[in-house]
Design a protein around this ligand. Structure first.
Ligand SMILES: [Zn+2]
Length: 318
């Protein structure tokens, strides 16, 4: 069985010439190909595999991360048309307070609009020694960030945000850079699905899954903070859809080093039945029996027609 993960799926995005996304047309062609080459696993067969022994259903399972509007506008109609289903992993903190994009998505939007060279320059103007992570100041000063092409500058922009700026200051710097977008609330509403749309997903036969509250790197959090990230998001989603069909979790970022044994214990404690990582290999029977909280998924980029076309986003990185 192959489980694939997707992020942005949309037609050409307005006003974001450098945005990296999977074009809707490519997505459709990829679904055709997956159907022809492997077929799709039925939801009932997938869920039964966790309850009963026996052989694992062969075929593909689709998953979509981060609760983008893309997924209700473009993905859902396409899945319905084909009579197939998918998992949709949602970070619930988005629905709790002020309408600000997650930092990871602010980076994608800023780079998508202006490209790496312009954004790197804008970022450099915001940098003062006070906002930098102390232990990296010297290293930062040794590096030079000029005269680059967009791809190089994009990588440097992300590296500075994620590595050289102290974690507590990232939001503030991005706040300032995002002002250029005008109304972030408007962008927010166009970018993420609404709570009503989450409800509709389950009504349409999709599985709504938990993607934490704030999309943190779990391995950086205390056990108590990890517990809150897991429990609060399950509680929110359970209420939002009127009872979750199954408790499923998608690790933010998904790599092995981004979660811990404690994370998995906490998931087990809340009755979570399955959790998804990256890993880029098939799921075998043993995974479901012995490690249902570490189910590997493939990046859709690894299959024909799944390549994100242009912009800042590369799966698996911030
Ligand atoms: Zn995510």
């Amino acid at each position: 069985m192959k489980i694939l993960y997707y992020h942005y799926v949309r037609p050409a995005p307005d006003g974001l010439p450098h945005f990296r996304y999977l074009h809707l047309d490519d997505f459709k062609v990829q679904l055709d190909m997956l159907d022809k080459d492997y077929g799709f696993v039925k939801k009932r067969d997938f869920l039964e595999a966790f309850e009963q022994g026996g052989s694992l259903p062969e075929g593909v399972v689709l998953t979509f991360d981060d609760g983008f509007k893309d997924h209700v506008h473009y993905v859902l109609p396409e899945l319905k048309r084909r009579g197939i289903w998918g998992f949709f992993f949602i970070s619930t903190g988005l629905y709790a307070g002020e309408k600000k994009l997650l930092n990871v998505h602010r980076v994608h939007n800023l780079l998508g609009r202006h490209g790496g060279v312009v954004m790197l320059d804008a970022l450099r103007r915001q940098l003062t020694p006070e906002v930098m992570a102390h232990e990296h100041v010297e290293e930062f000063q040794r590096e030079t960030y000029t005269h680059q092409d967009n791809d190089q500058a994009t990588n440097d922009f992300k590296r500075i945000i994620n590595y050289f700026i102290a974690p507590g200051n990232q939001g503030e710097i991005l706040d300032r850079l995002m002002m250029d977008f005008g109304d972030e609330v408007q962008l927010f509403d166009a970018f993420y699905m609404s709570a009503d749309e989450i409800h509709a997903l389950q009504d349409e036969g999709m599985i709504v899954g938990n993607h934490s509250v704030t999309h943190p790197v779990f391995s950086n959090l205390s056990v108590d903070d990890q517990r809150v990230e897991i429990q609060d998001s399950f509680a929110f989603l359970d209420k939002a859809v009127g009872g979750l069909e199954v408790k499923a979790f998608g690790y933010p970022f998904g790599h092995k080093h981004t979660y811990t044994e404690e994370t998995m214990s906490l998931l087990r404690e809340t009755g979570c039945r399955m959790a998804f990582t990256t890993g880029n290999r098939d799921v075998v029977r043993r995974d479901i029996e012995e490690a249902p909280l570490e189910l590997p998924r493939y990046d859709c980029n690894l299959f024909p027609h799944g390549r994100a076309s242009y912009g800042p986003y590369r799966p698996g990185e911030f």
